[in-house]
Design a protein around this ligand. Structure first.
Ligand code: HQG
Length: 179
């Protein structure tokens, strides 16, 4: 994506996941915003993009972070929110192992508390170690931790798979982590 498309994507992450009120945008209880209103509210705050540019960003986003409703009138982030919304994903059967990317400096705390969701709705897990390593890199020297997902599931813990392929769960207790 071009620098401009990346800037639009970051802006969308901010208003569709964290602070819609920054531009006076309303999200419904499932996180959907009106596309027309998003474009208008952004323009009022000096951030201008066209519908075509928005469609380009949604289609070409490296992690497919955003999705349009079937009729194309609404848009939302597929995961990663810090505000209270209900994405409505159905519980899903995870593979044997999933991975969580983190930074070395968090390991002491993770060994004590397991993986916690912090400000987000869920702990985010990846299907492969490479993706997890990339996620961990955002915070420092990366480590990809193995999560015994199938065993968690057998013990009754619940997983969701977001529209863009991120595995979500409430908490990963330390006994399911391989350090
Ligand atoms: C760490 C990005 C101390 C956790 C990514 C992480 C992902 C603990 C940080 C998505 C801990 C939270 C989410 C504990 C967990 N003690 N630290 N007990 N438990 N942590 O950004 O998973 O680009 O909220 O390991 O690709 O890094 O935004 O979560 O390092 O899919 O689309 O606390 O965000 O996607 O950091 O990333 P974050 P994350 P986007």
């Amino acid at each position: 994506m071009s620098d401009r498309a990346v800037r639009i994507s970051k802006f969308l992450s901010l208003v569709l996941r964290h602070q819609p009120e920054k531009i006076g945008l309303r999200l419904d209880e499932s996180g959907w915003a009106s596309v027309e209103r998003l474009i208008e509210a952004s323009r009022e705050k000096g951030i201008e993009f066209t519908l075509e540019e928005l469609q380009y960003v949604v289609a070409n986003n490296d992690k497919k972070r955003f999705a349009f409703s079937a009729d194309g009138l609404l848009i939302r982030a597929s995961q990663g929110h810090s505000i209270e919304i209900e994405l409505g994903y159905e519980p899903a059967e995870p593979p044997e192992v999933l991975y969580h990317g983190t930074a070395e400096r968090f390991l002491t705390s993770i060994k004590r508390l397991g993986l916690i969701k912090g400000k987000r709705h869920h702990v985010h897990l990846s299907a492969d170690a490479e993706t997890a390593t990339r996620v961990g890199q955002r915070h420092g020297k990366p480590v990809a931790l193995r999560v015994e997902a199938r065993r968690m599931r057998r013990d009754g813990l619940v997983f969701y798979l977001s529209e863009n392929g991120v595995w979500l769960t409430e908490h990963v207790p330390v006994q399911y982590l391989v350090f």
